[in-house]
Design a protein around this ligand. Structure first.
Ligand code: PLP
Length: 373
C-alpha cells in the first residue's frame, strides 16, 4: 500500500464491535480481568496500553516502515524516555542545531546520569567521524534541523553509527514520514513530536518513537515508558490518529506554499538569507532531494538589519501569528532567539516560519507588506 492509503487505513480500521467507520476513543483507565489478573481482551491499565493508543502506534509504525512504535505524552517525553534508557555514562552525539529542548535536556539533565554529550555539526561528516573515535552509544540527527534547516546525510550517519556499535536516532518532526523515512535510510529509531504535522491542527501534544526492530532495546524503552508514566492520553491519541488521515494531503500543500514563499523571500532586498532545503541555493539541496520527497513546510529567514529588523517584520505580519510550534494549518512566525531561554544560540536576525495552508497569494502579500512596514 502507498503512504496516502496507509495514512488513512493503518490504525484507522472500522470498529468491529459497532461497525463505526472511524475509530472509537477508549477512555477507560482500567480493564476488567480475571480473578488472578488474567487479561481478557489484552489490556490491563491505561498507562501500560489502551486500544486508542495502539491504533496510533500502528499508524506511526506503518507510516515510518517500523517494526513497532510507542507514543508518549509529548515529543520531549519521547526523547527523555529514549535517552534515559541508555546505559548510565553513555556517550551521545547531538547536533549543534537542534530543537532547544533536546539541547537543554542534554546540558541540564543527562550529565546527572553520567552521560557525556557532545554537540557538533552533523553535516560535517569528518567531524562526526572524529567524535566517534572516543566511543559512542547514540548519534542523534535532526534533519532538516530546527531552526537553521541544516540537512544531514542520514544514510552516511547510520553507517558511521553502526561501524561504532552505536544507534542512529532521527528526529523526523520537520519532514514527517510523508517526505522522509529515516529507517529506510538506515536509522534505527525515528522520533516525532506528533504535536506538529501528525496532529496538524495545533490542538494536541504528543510524541512517538518508531523502531526498526522490535528488540530488547525497543522493549526496554516501552517498559520504561509504562513505569515512568509519560503515556499519551487516549483523547490525544485519537486526535493525532485523526491527523494521520490528512497528513499526506496537508504536507503537499505545506510544501508547495513553503517553496513559493521561500522563492519570494529570496528575491527581496531586505532579506539576507533564506534557509529552505527545497531551494537550489540551499547548501545541501542535492542531498535533501535525495533523502526527502520535497522541501517541507518549514523555512527560516535572516533579515538585513539584525534583531530590530527581524522583530519589526514579525510584528508587522498579520496572517502569520507570532507563536512557537509548527505544523498546524495556520501559518506561524517566531523570533527563535527570543524563546530559547537565557543563552540563545540562533542568530538574532532570524525568523522561523511554519508555512500553513492558507492561500499562497495571501501569505506572500502578508510578507510583502511586513517587509515594507
Ligand atoms: N523535536 C522538534 C524538531 C521540535 O520542533 C519539538 C517541539 O517544538 C520537539 C522535538 C519537542 O516536542 P514537544 O513540544 O511535543 O515536546
Amino acid at each position: 500500500m502507498r503512504l496516502e492509503t496507509l495514512a488513512i487505513h493503518a490504525g484507522g480500521e472500522y470498529d468491529p464491535a459497532t461497525g463505526a467507520v472511524t475509530p472509537p476513543i477508549h477512555l477507560a483507565t482500567t480493564f476488567r480481568h480475571g480473578p488472578a489478573a488474567e487479561r481478557i481482551a489484552g489490556y490491563e491499565y491505561q498507562r501500560e496500553g489502551n486500544p486508542t493508543n495502539d491504533r496510533l502506534r500502528a499508524a506511526v509504525a506503518a507510516l515510518e516502515g517500523a517494526a513497532t512504535a510507542i507514543t508518549c505524552a509529548s515529543g520531549m517525553a519521547a526523547i527523555t524516555v529514549l535517552l534515559e534508557s541508555l546505559r548510565p555514562g553513555a556517550r551521545i552525539l547531538i547536533p549543534d542545531d537542534c530543537y532547544a529542548g533536546l539541547r537543554l535536556l542534554a546540558v541540564e539533565f543527562l550529565p546527572e546520569r553520567g552521560a557525556q554529550v557532545v554537540r557538533l555539526d552533523m553535516t560535517d561528516l569528518p567531524a562526526v567521524t572524529a567524535a566517534c573515535q572516543g566511543g559512542v552509544d547514540l548519534i542523534w540527527v535532526e534533519t532538516p534541523s530546527n531552526p537553521m534547516m541544516k540537512v544531514s546525510d542520514i544514510a552516511a550517519l547510520a553507517e558511521l553509527a553502526h561501524a561504532h556499535g552505536a544507534l542512529l536516532v532521527a528526529d523526523n518532526t520537520f519532514a514527517s514520514p510523508v517526505l522522509q523515512q529515516p529507517l529506510a535510510l538506515g536509522a534505527d529509531i525515528v522520533m516525532h513530536s506528533t504535536t506538529k504535522y501528525f496532529g496538524g491542527h495545533s490542538d494536541v501534544l504528543g510524541g512517538a518513537l518508531a523502531f526498526a526492530r522490535e528488540d530488547d532495546f525497543a522493549r526496554a524503552v516501552a517498559h520504561r515508558l509504562h513505569i515512568t508514566g509519560a503515556t499519551l492520553a487516549p483523547f490525544s491519541a485519537w486526535l493525532t490518529l485523526r491527523g494521520c488521515r490528512s497528513l499526506p494531503a496537508r504536507m503537499a500543500l505545506h510544501c508547495a506554499n513553503a517553496k513559493a514563499l521561500a522563492e519570494f523571500l529570496t528575491a527581496q532586498p531586505q532579506v539576507e538569507a533564506v534557509h529552505y532545503p527545497g531551494l537550489a541555493s540551499h547548501p545541501a539541496h542535492a542531498l535533501a532531494m535525495r533523502q526527502m520527497r520535497q522541501g517541507g513546510g518549514m523555512l527560516s529567514v535572516q533579515l538585513k538589519g539584525g534583531r530590530e529588523a527581524a522583530l519589526g517584520v514579525a510584528g508587522a505580519l498579520r496572517i502569520f501569528t507570532n507563536a512557537t510550534s509548527l505544523g498546524g494549518c495556520e501559518s506561524l512566525v517566531e523570533h527563535r532567539a527570543s524563546v530559547e531561554g537565557p543563552q540563545p544560540v540562533t542568530p538574532q536576525n532570524l525568523l522561523r516560519v511554519s508555512v500553513g495552508l492558507e492561500h499562497i497569494d495571501d501569505l506572500i502579500a502578508d510578507f510583502a507588506q511586513a517587509l515594507k512596514a
